[in-house]
Design a protein around this ligand. Structure first.
Ligand SMILES: [Zn+2]
Ligand SMILES: [Zn+2]
Length: 200
């Protein structure tokens, strides 16, 4: 996994060039026609990737950047036909404390997201968090020190969601696929399908 510390934009969280620590003017990572210039242009760049805490409370008032959840390691992107694979994606998982019942979160690394068009012209997304979330320690919620075990025999599997820069890369790749095929609607016409199948 890439562990290089790089400069990231404070708004889109993508790698960005900076002059004296200030992000140069750059476009939004996708849908430039809608978003235009990224609002992080001219703003101080941030260093990444951050290191998330072992566990944190959903009531924690710090931002994900302050916590180190963002920015995350940049996913690697590979493509085969009309399937794009993102590897090395950070996921967050939510569960709750068995005593105070309040929500808490953990992060895992190395997740995979596959997206693209099937042979029938349907869009698909498959997400697979890389590692099972684990934690064994005190509850991070204020005033509660109850021992929390995540990933143990009795704890339930947690739903995982990719962090926001993982979502941004997904959106960028969707845009690339759709631009290349020239299809922006949910349903494909027979002509679209012919093009799709002739170029897989
Ligand atoms: Zn930006
Ligand atoms: Zn608790």
């Amino acid at each position: 996994m890439a562990t290089t510390n790089e400069l990231r934009c404070s708004r889109c969280f993508m790698p960005v060039e900076a002059v004296d620590g200030v992000a140069i003017v750059h476009d939004a990572p996708y849908a430039v026609a809608n978003y235009g210039q990224c609002s992080g242009s001219g703003q101080p760049a941030i260093a990444g990737p951050g290191t998330p805490p072992a566990v944190w409370s959903s009531e924690d008032s710090r931002s994900y950047v302050e916590l180190g959840v963002l920015p995350s390691p940049m996913p690697q992107v590979t493509r085969e036909g009309w399937t794009v694979t993102l590897t090395g994606v950070r996921f967050t998982h939510q569960t709750h404390c068995g005593k105070c019942r309040r929500a808490l979160l953990v992060a895992t690394e190395g997740g995979t997201i596959q997206l693209g068009f099937s042979d029938k012209g349907r869009s698909f997304v498959k997400m697979r968090p890389g590692a099972r979330a684990t934690y064994d320690g005190p509850c991070p919620n204020n005033g509660c020190d109850y021992r929390v075990v995540i990933g143990g025999r009795s704890s339930h599997p947690l739903p995982g969601l990719p962090v926001v820069d993982g979502n941004t890369v997904q959106a960028r790749e969707w845009e690339r696929l759709r631009l290349e095929l020239g299809v922006f609607t949910v349903n494909m016409t027979p002509d679209d399908l012919t093009r799709l199948r002739s170029t897989r």
